[in-house]
Design a protein around this ligand. Sequence first.
Ligand SMILES: Cc1ncc(COP(=O)(O)O)c(C=O)c1O
Length: 405
Amino acid sequence: MDAQAHLLPSRREFAGDDLIFTLNGRAQKRAAEGVPVINATIGALYDDTGTLVVLDTVMAQWQQLTSAEIAPYAPIGGDPTYLLNLVQRHWPALTSVGVGVATPGGSGALALTLKNLLERGQTVLTVAPYWGPYSTLAVEAGMSLATVPYPDVHTGLDLGAWEAACRDLLDAQGRLVLWLNDPCHNPTGRSFAAADRRALMDMLRDVSSQGPVTLILDLAYLDYARDPREVRAALDEYAAFAAEGAVLVGACLSLSKAYTLYGARAGALVFPWSTDRALQAALVTSCRGTWSNCARGPMSVLNRISKDPALQARLEAEHAQWRTLLAERAQALDAALKGEGLAGCAYDGGFFVTLDGGADPFATCERLQQRDVFVVPMPEGLRVGICAMKASDAPRFAAAYRASR
Ligand SMILES: Cc1ncc(COP(=O)(O)O)c(C=O)c1O
């Protein structure tokens, strides 16, 4: 049946196709033909044999789950023990969740921020380049996305541009929501320098005199930082800022990368420094009215690991192994690029780095494909998934990249 008359006209403009899936599909087709491709479009961690990394400590607990840990409905806002354990994974000194609900991954948490903190037609601010689904989330909520530039490697944060964007939105809509994917940013693979982070917080404090400002930390890749001490310092700084209370600070938490439970869809939206009952009630209503409640199984896995120091130590050892591998891959790529006479690649953590895409990153991406190298083009450059690209592929990648520019 032709559904033309049924589908809302405003919903007809969607291509129904995701660029990353398309590129990944092309890479897989070539690989199936026996061509040695470099597929850096992937957004999940693979080992050097091309196998998806699944953390053993996590899966061992998953396999021991009892019926009671899987089957019953979870509370609509999420299991309180799970929420506290997840918050304490990030801020061990906190003794309460504050306001918080379980969500299907960080994506569900991001969606709830739009539903509850902005009106339809308004604009959420984020940093460019950004994780592509940010714009889909905004469109789905009937909103738009405005961007400020990620701090330049050499010159750092463009505070003037950031402040102007914040003030413009506050003028236009009386409120500001900023999605900040820091530390371990997708797609740059970088984290804010401490001075830039402080400057940002000072600016947000200043502009909050104009209207309510919410800073949403999107924390997806923290376990894969080159230096975990920098993550700790960043989270502590955000906590101190949040505790001041001038700006509402929330966090989108996720087990997708942290536990390699991408398909289990577990996460949370938390505001650990707020006790606002109206905010809690609104979030629970959103949960009920969107997905009802979240899967209990992954919550139970987190609870099992959180109460067992030996399991936590084992998991930490696994994370250390994989973050070391990622740092080695970034290092190999940096060296190979420099070996080709090009600028290297900055890397502080996460699954990606971003390279200069030249005048037209989409055309550069096409030329790379002719050499069977697949990356994701963005207006600001090329996203390279070091999560799925082994260090020994770096020289071939760098040569193809130089030839494609
Ligand atoms: C920056 C960023 N935020 C959030 C997410 C959300 O992931 P999930 O919904 O699987 O937790 C991702 C996943 O790739 C991401 O890259």
